[in-house]
Design a protein around this ligand. Structure first.
Ligand code: AMP
Length: 182
């Protein structure tokens, strides 16, 4: 299965991605994690990305797209993958379309984790990651509304919407059930 997960920061997308990746036996590709690892190791990508992560801004598409292209070229994703945090805007979705076309494969579904903004802001304030200060959280929500949410229209017809309020188990059950039914 080839899946894209979409949802506002704090929707529990990363946690769900872990669970679904285990249950479905496909690698979890988180661009946020890839960036954080690159920042930690001070690689060329990390040096370019750090200021954007710290501010809650999107890393420029040129940097992001190349990182994803390389990751999707690896052998372990030949049987499927779960993309978490990419694409983040419609331009990246176009690039993903091109990458998958080059590989001769297609997405099976886009899973949307649906939860109200005030709920996710509360959750993020409680999480305490380096980029979880209130200003940065609000900026990341704004970017989600303006740049990422339009993906739901771009992928119209392929989107499976999951109510993302509940326990981790409840939400992953909903997602697995919806994926099996699709
Ligand atoms: P996340 O772990 O998905 O919340 O991502 C953390 C940060 O990584 C974001 O706030 C962005 O700075 C950066 N990032 C992750 N994915 C992307 C992407 N697809 N495009 C641009 N920046 C991204």
């Amino acid at each position: 299965m080839r899946l894209v997960l979409v949802g506002p920061p704090g929707a529990g997308k990363g946690t769900q991605a872990e669970v679904l990746s285990q249950q479905l036996g496909i690698p979890h590709i988180s661009t946020g994690e890839l960036f954080r690892t690159n920042v930690g190791e001070q690689t060329p990508i990390g040096l370019k990305a750090k200021q954007y992560l710290d501010a809650g801004e999107l890393v420029p598409d040129s940097v992001t797209n190349e990182m994803v292209r390389e990751r999707l070229d690896a052998d372990d994703v030949k049987q499927g993958f779960l993309l978490d945090g990419f694409p983040r805007n419609v331009a990246q979705a176009g690039v993903l379309h091109g990458i998958l076309g080059d590989l001769g494969v297609k997405l099976d579904a886009v899973v949307e984790f649906d939860v109200a903004e005030d709920v996710v802001v509360e959750r993020l304030l409680a999480r305490g990651r380096a980029d979880d200060t209130e200003d940065v959280i609000r900026r990341r929500q704004q970017i989600y509304r303006e740049e990422t949410a339009p993906l739901l229209d771009y992928y119209r017809g392929q989107v499976i919407t999951i109510d993302a309020v509940g326990s981790v188990e409840e939400i992953s059950e909903r997602a697995l059930k919806a994926l099996r039914a699709s």
